[in-house]
Design a protein around this ligand. Structure first.
Ligand SMILES: Nc1ncnc2c1ncn2[C@@H]1O[C@H](COP(=O)(O)OP(=O)(O)OP(=O)(O)O)[C@@H](O)[C@H]1O
Ligand SMILES: [Mg+2]
Length: 364
């Protein structure tokens, strides 16, 4: 049994309610809430319309569509869309992931067992082993694999024809994909963070599926704190539902949403305790910075790595925090979020302090 079996949350920041990455426990809950059709997938209009067109055209031609690459941050619906592709095509789907394919042979085994029209979902495709990647190029382009028979100088490659199939690749790091692989996808959809109104639509549908009555205001409150991420929205909804049920309210309304999310330390902007601690330290202790990552981490009692990978991405993305060559600095939004007034020169000082610029580190 893992130590996590005992309910000791003292030292860990995960399970963090606003973590965009899913946990294993969550997978089944998520699967139950995944929309099955494109029409039930709110948000991402562009990707949805484009993908709809690609699928419809393929259906009319009676042939498998081009290979599809889905990229974007965690929790925005890549896996969900991959499942939808198969279900819209009424095709079987084979699911595997980059880390599971460490040898070309692993991929050869999968490819050679695909049936015509099957969808091959390759999650985390950027983490596939190089030799497998090269095999995939050929398979995607020519529907062929070269099976190597024998070893050493006597080894021969026997080409094996494959039935036409469709690869759906998903990646959080499209930039890490080698260009030749990227080029073999006929359609690339990039998912972006959701508008609050789209999250509200998702939440309303899921509250229904969970059998939890919810008011519009309650739903909107949760949507506003969900960081543009459906996975987080669903997680917050479950906590609000718990709260409502335990407090005998039965309904997810504005009051229970606020009370529950305050209890779980997710504030009105979706920042949690760690996020706020980082901003507090930046503004109150370091006058807005810039301050080095490790100094900042010590101030909030975390590892630098945690601050950098857990808190920072969202704070930077939303414009609370700025990364400068000399460290982290508070943006005006950080000050206003904490109800503080920034010192006159804080931002200018952080970014363009001419005295500091003269220390030689920026020249050259
Ligand atoms: N547009 C959407 N409508 C309804 N639910 C959605 C939508 N997008 C995502 N979800 C829900 O959010 C959760 C996470 O989505 P999904 O697993 O598809 O994300 P992902 O992009 O594959 O994330 P990761 O990068 O971690 O694999 C799922 O429960 C899914 O049902
Ligand atoms: Mg996924």
């Amino acid at each position: 049994m893992s130590p996590a079996h005992f309910e000791d949350h003292s030292a860990d920041i995960s399970p963090r309610l606003v973590d965009p990455n899913g946990s294993e426990d969550e997978q089944q809950l998520e699967a139950a809430l995944r929309p099955k059709k494109l029409a039930d997938f709110p948000g991402q209009e562009r990707v949805r319309d484009q993908l709809g067109l690609v699928l419809e055209a393929a259906r009319r031609r009676g042939a498998p569509p081009d290979h599809v690459l889905l990229s974007g941050p965690p929790g925005l619906g890549k896996t969900t869309l991959a499942m939808i592709v198969a279900s819209e095509l009424e095709a079987p789907i084979r699911i595997t992931s980059g880390p599971a394919i460490q040898h070309a042979g692993d991929l050869a085994a999968i490819l050679s067992s695909l049936t015509e029209g099957e969808v091959l979902f390759l999650d985390e495709i950027h983490r596939m082993a190089r030799p497998a990647e090269e095999m995939l190029y050929l398979a995607m382009e020519d529907f062929r694999v070269d099976v190597i028979v024998g070893k050493g100088p006597g080894a021969t490659a026997i080409p094996l024809e494959l039935p036409p199939f469709t690869v759906v690749g998903a990646t959080t790091r499209a930039g890490l994909l080698p260009a030749p692989l990227r080029d073999r996808f006929g359609f690339t959809g990039h998912l972006d963070y959701y508008k609050a109104s789209d999250l509200a639509a998702i939440l309303a549908r899921n509250a229904d599926l969970l059998g939890v009555p919810a008011t519009r205001e309650g739903i909107e409150e949760i949507a506003g704190r969900s960081r543009g991420t459906p996975r987080i929205a669903n997680r917050l909804l479950r906590r609000v539902r718990d709260y409502a049920q335990v407090h005998g309210r039965q309904v997810v309304d504005l009051g229970s949403a606020r009370a529950a999310l305050d209890l779980f330390d997710v504030d009105a902007s979706g920042l949690d305790r760690l996020d706020r601690a980082v901003l507090e330290a930046l503004c109150r202790r370091f006058g807005g910075g810039p301050v080095g990552l490790s100094t900042l981490a010590v101030a909030v009692g975390e590892e630098p790595d945690t601050v950098e990978t857990v808190a920072e991405p969202y704070l930077v993305r939303e414009g609370y925090m700025i990364r400068t060559p000399r460290g982290r600095a508070a943006a005006p939004l950080a000050w206003s979020h904490l109800g503080l007034t920034p010192p006159e020169s804080s931002l200018g000082g952080a970014l363009f302090d001419p005295a500091e610029g003269g220390d030689g580190r920026f020249t050259g």
